[in-house]
Design a protein around this ligand. Structure first.
Ligand code: CDP
Ligand code: CDP
Length: 212
């Protein structure tokens, strides 16, 4: 029986870290869907095309190749913001939807993390987790992460970025960030990555027992 785990949540909530640990644990392929939107934005920036050019963003999404997803520059701070802009274009989302669904249809199942996995990409996922943490704690995490990569930024600047991105991702009309009705919420403000993983596993095991 395939096991599909959908993980959603706002920026720096720890969903990617958790998704990687769960994929490892259950031996499943993992897709960080934020990278797809980052890659579309990156393609435009590299070509000197304005992020507001919806036709160009749609073409970039339609021609996205998986090799481009491993570029470390996709993780730059500016790319999170740029990805959030192109991700509000419905045609971009439609082009990336088929890609994500193909990935999720692996015979063993898959772990996908993003903003709309439980609501749009995999509405029939076996388990849906919605990962949260306070905006300040998320800003602290991103700050540490960027410092580790040598990217200088103030905590206040990152907090402002995160709050602006949360607001844009939650208020857009195409697949906004919102918890699916049948998702389980996990607040990681006070949890480190290992504790979040332990709680997520307990939720998944309960869900699997419930379906027999
Ligand atoms: O790692 P972080 O949470 O900062 O960002 P990300 O997951 O890489 O996502 C970057 C941006 O892509 C988000 O702010 C969303 O606007 C968009 N995104 C989306 O719309 N839908 C997804 N399934 C994943 C990301
Ligand atoms: O994918 P998302 O943007 O939601 O967050 P992430 O990249 O998985 O995590 C952001 C940072 O927070 C990483 O450096 C993690 O090691 C750290 N962290 C975590 O992932 N989970 C916790 N419960 C606590 C910290």
């Amino acid at each position: 029986m395939p096991l599909v785990i959908a993980i959603d949540g706002p920026a720096a909530s720890g969903k990617g870290t958790l998704a990687r640990k769960l994929a490892d644990h259950y031996g499943l392929p993992h897709l960080d869907t934020g990278l797809l939107y980052r890659a579309v934005a990156f393609a435009l920036v590299e070509a000197g095309i304005d992020l507001g050019d919806h036709a160009a963003a749609t073409r970039a999404a339609e021609t996205l190749d998986s090799a481009s997803l491993s570029d470390p520059r996709l993780r730059d701070r500016a790319m999170g913001e740029a990805a959030s802009r192109v991700s509000s274009v419905p045609e971009v989302r439609a082009a990336l939807l088929a890609w994500q669904r193909r990935f999720a249809s692996d015979p063993s199942g898959a772990v996908l993390d993003g903003r709309d996995i439980g609501t749009v990409v995999c509405p029939a996922a076996d388990v849906k987790l919605f990962i949260t943490a306070s905006a300040l704690e998320r800003a602290r995490r991103r700050h540490r992460e960027l410092a580790g990569r040598g990217e200088a930024a103030t905590l206040e600047g990152i907090l402002a970025d995160i709050e602006a991105r949360d607001a844009r991702d939650s208020s857009r009309s195409a697949a906004p960030l919102k918890m699916a009705d049948d998702a389980v919420q996990l607040d990681t403000t006070e949890l480190d990555a290992a504790a979040a993983f332990a709680q997520a596993r307990a939720i998944i095991e309960r869900a699997r027992l419930a379906v027999g």
